[in-house]
Design a protein. Sequence first.
Length: 259
Amino acid sequence: MALLTPEDLDSLSSKFEDSESIIERVTGSKLTDICKDIYGKDLGSEKVGIIPITAGNGIISNFSSSLLFIIQRLGLEGFITQHTDVAGYHEAISEGADILLMADDHLFIAHNLKDEKVVTNHEATGTIYSEIASRFKDADSSEILVIGLGRVGYAGAKHLAEKGFNVYACDPNRSFLEKAAHELGIKEYCKEDRKKFSMVFEATPNANTINEGMIAERCLVSTPGIPCGLPEEVGKKFRVDLVMEPLFIGVTSMIYAVI
Ligand code: 0TF
């Protein structure tokens, strides 16, 4: 996934509210109820410490404050450490955090200090976005298309294969496709088959990955990808329902997964 920019996180609360109502309309369930079902547990009174990390490209303004907003919207207590990096890690523990959230350019993790569980944003994001796609109320079959088999796409494809969906996938990297076919039993999407999907999980950092040949009218595209893989004109022409949001959905999934 590409790195977030401060602009991606502008108006996070309204982007989230829009996504939450689309999720409820297309799946019949609220995001938090979907998370409870997937992970089999509900939030308690966990305290979440958010540690700004300066490594690599450094602090993304709005990132820590957006995480705090999400934690508070989930009804949990959260705080951002005054210090960054290792001093921030020490501070979060001293302040009694149960869960730590921290991200550098390579990895974004939630760490449960009570039971040592660690969840990555890649896994949690792949799981929730693929689950949302798979719950499409108007789907006409169990066939689902996964576009992109990187860390997020692979996690989603694995989740769908384990749930018994008929998973098709495409990725320009043949070794990713072969690995997913071998390990998960997924099938390669071939445009010559002229298959059209009503459930699509897209997980690439590229625009225009979805074309008219792949999708059915009124399908659901669920994607954490920035930029969006669905061209605007294709979305309008096919009256696509789109679930796409930069941070809230993936972080909600991380928190439910790590508690
Ligand atoms: O931008 C990213 C990821 C986020 C995926 C969300 N679905 N694409 N990671 C970089 C985060 C860097 C944060 C920074 N170190 C800070 O402000 O602490």
